[in-house]
Design a protein around this ligand. Structure first.
Ligand SMILES: [Zn+2]
Length: 157
């Protein structure tokens, strides 16, 4: 189902919502403690490599009026839902290990207008949300609700 759809967020896969990439060329970096981009000029030059940056890669389950399916929200679309950069969210989640799970709960039931496109990578199995527009008046991105939640309940992890 490509094109623009009205949908409801059913769930968000909160187990793996971001990945690290090179801040210069934006290629995905290996999942190791201090990843180095092999494509950028500083590789093996002795100079410090470009610092890694985190991008969102959010798998979201949505329901239209006829079907339920998963869509992939990359950084720009995901930021509409989450409300901050993936690095900011990652830092927040260091202090609140359940932040991602709670973000998923917060977004459940939200109505969205999504523009869905075929994945650029032919092996990718999910449609991609190229644009996301929240439809509910008063919608606030997950990080804003999370900050309020953790402020109101300081003991919550
Ligand atoms: Zn690079």
């Amino acid at each position: 189902m490509e094109g623009t759809v009205m949908c409801t967020v059913i769930a968000m896969d909160h187990t793996n919502l971001s990945y690290r990439a090179c801040s210069v060329c934006e290629r995905t970096l290996p999942d190791v403690p201090n990843p180095v981009c092999k494509f950028c000029p500083n590789y093996n030059s002795g100079r410090p490599p470009p610092p890694p940056v985190r991008f969102f890669r959010l798998l979201v389950s949505i329901a239209t009026d006829t079907e339920v399916f998963n869509v992939m929200c990359f950084d720009r679309a995901a930021r509409v839902l989450i409300g901050c950069s993936a690095d900011e969210f990652f830092d927040f989640a260091k202090f609140h290990p359940f932040a991602a799970a709670n973000a998923g709960k917060i977004l459940e039931g939200e109505m969205m207008k999504m523009t869905l496109t075929k994945p650029k990578n032919g092996n990718a199995q999910h449609l991609r949300a190229a644009a996301v527009v929240p439809l509910r008046t008063g919608f606030q991105p997950a990080i804003k609700s999370l900050r309020e939640l953790y402020k109101a309940r300081p003991g919550l992890s």
